[in-house]
Design a protein around this ligand. Structure first.
Ligand code: 6PG
Length: 473
């Protein structure tokens, strides 16, 4: 019996994905560079479905029915290229390689173009949901040629998470579109996590609540509009007590956040596209600041304000509003970035469909995503989510509290880069006039960089050292 699909790379994610496929009744060929892992998988989980273990690349390819669907679950980067180089010569036109790792979309574009020459479909597929998601239903963001989805889509739909009968997978767009969208998912993930972290910090140090009390606050929030996986696990982490010391777990963990790079890529790419994603950038930088032990050590004794916890019951409510408003901004920025890339690369990404498949399975899954889906459904040409009816109203209702929280944070010396930059973005977009006019004047002054006028077409330059006459540039 030939396998419908094959998975090579059987570390946690690959193994769980293979098991998920087998549990859904598909015959799954499995392969790993070191055969011991393949053997272990079949021994441990063989009873869950039908696996076809393969020791060599040739055996693996021969085990697959045509068109061959070969899923690569190895570390992004050189390992992915090595696997492609190994398998591509064994494949025939119409076969496909699906890269389920967190690849950089530029690599995916390069690989797709190279394999297209051989008639092999290359599908860069973002997969979110961690180990648990891979096993029980992830959110899947496949890119690559549209026709590849005909042979691949039904299989992916059978293993993806499902919300209201809708599977959390859709063909995102050509070449690198899937991995791009997964990258932005992770950027938003960083922003969301940072905003939650700031909320915790404020509740702890401005409101004087204990981690256990804050866990309760998050539990309550998770029954409302903030309901999401990240809020849910935040309550779990905060409620956890360290077994060794009896201290709150959050107090015994070293406060240096690490990153594997997808958040950084999001910001690097946003800079290239000229898309302002301050909320995501601040989240990446916040991790970076936390990791700079030397900087923090050197600055430890700089003076701060006298701190006084408020113990004000209404404060938690204000933080909820600030969090919700900042979250709207972070998602608006992420969707703007996808929109810009889609235009730049001609992907024609359906933003509403992206929101739809993020409702379940992925790390940022949340009730909130259904609002974004609805916003794009109501108007697919939405310029920014901030002005969508529902979100605009939520921002209007939250803004006073949001300002109050940012002001309190500044007064107490509690860093809130996420909240602050989100508010600055909101105020920048609504500003009638920005001081960018002054920036233009300075540029013209020192570098004759020219400016445009509000009242006339054309580019102008003022002869700053020659009577300040204005000339047309
Ligand atoms: C997911 C996650 C996953 C991974 C992150 C973590 O969607 O399932 O985003 O891809 O856990 O990349 O990234 P950092 O190590 O950079 O925090």
């Amino acid at each position: 019996q030939k396998a419908q699909i094959g998975v090579t790379g059987l570390a946690t994610m690959g193994r769980n994905l293979a098991r998920n496929l087998a549990r859904r009744g598909h015959t799954v060929a499995v392969h790993n560079r070191t055969a011991a892992r393949t053997k272990a998988l079949v021994e441990e989980f063989g009873h869950e479905g039908t696996f076809v273990p393969a020791e060599t690349a040739e055996e693996f390819v021969a085990a697959l029915e045509r068109p061959r669907r070969l899923v690569v679950m190895v570390k992004a980067g050189a390992a992915t290229d090595a696997v492609i180089d190994e398998f591509a010569p064994l494949l025939e036109p119409g076969d496909m390689i699906v890269d389920g790792g967190n690849a950089h979309f530029a690599d995916t574009r390069r690989r797709e173009a190279a394999l297209r020459e051989r008639g092999v479909h290359f599908v860069g597929a973002g997969i979110s949901g961690g180990e648990e998601g891979a096993l029980n239903g992830p959110s899947i963001m496949p890119g690559g040629p549209a026709e590849s989805y005909e042979a691949l889509g039904p299989l992916l739909e059978s293993i993806a998470a499902n919300v209201d009968g809708v599977p959390c997978v859709t063909h995102i767009g050509p070449d690198g579109a899937g991995h791009f969208v997964k990258m932005v998912h992770n950027g938003i993930e960083y922003a969301d996590m940072q905003l939650i972290a700031e909320s915790y910090d404020l509740l702890r140090h401005a409101a004087g609540l204990s981690p256990a009390e804050i866990a309760e606050v998050f539990r309550t929030w998770n029954t409302g509009r903030l309901e999401s996986y990240l809020i849910e696990i935040t309550a779990e982490v905060l409620a956890h007590t360290d077994a060794a010391t009896g201290e709150p777990f959050v107090d015994v963990v070293l406060d240096r956040a690490e990153q594997k790079g997808t958040g950084r890529w999001t910001v690097q790419t946003a800079l290239d596209l000229g898309v302002p994603v301050g909320g995501i950038a601040e989240a990446v930088f916040a991790r970076s600041v936390s990791g700079h032990a030397d900087l923090r050590e050197a600055a430890r004794d700089l003076p701060g304000p006298a701190r006084e916890a408020t113990k004000d019951a209404a404060f938690a409510d204000a933080v909820e509003r600030a969090l919700y408003a900042s979250k709207i901004v972070a998602y608006a920025q992420g969707f703007h970035q996808i929109q810009a890339a889609s235009a730049e690369y001609g992907w024609d990404v359906d933003l509403g469909a992206v929101a739809t498949i993020w409702r379940g399975g992925c790390i940022i899954r949340a009730r909130f995503l259904d609002r974004i889906r609805a916003a794009y459904e109501a108007d697919p040409r939405t310029v920014t989510l901030l002005t969508d009816g529902y979100f605009a109203e939520a921002l209007a209702e939250a803004q006073d509290a949001w300002r109050g929280v940012v002001a309190t944070a500044a007064r107490l010396g509690i860093p809130t880069p996420g909240f602050s930059s989100a508010l600055a973005y909101y105020d920048s977009l609504r500003a009638e006039r920005l001081p960018a006019a002054l920036t233009q004047g300075q540029r013209d002054f020192f570098g004759a960089h020219t400016y445009r006028r509000v009242d006339r077409e054309g580019a102008f330059h003022t002869l700053w050292s020659d009577g300040r006459r204005e000339v047309e540039a």
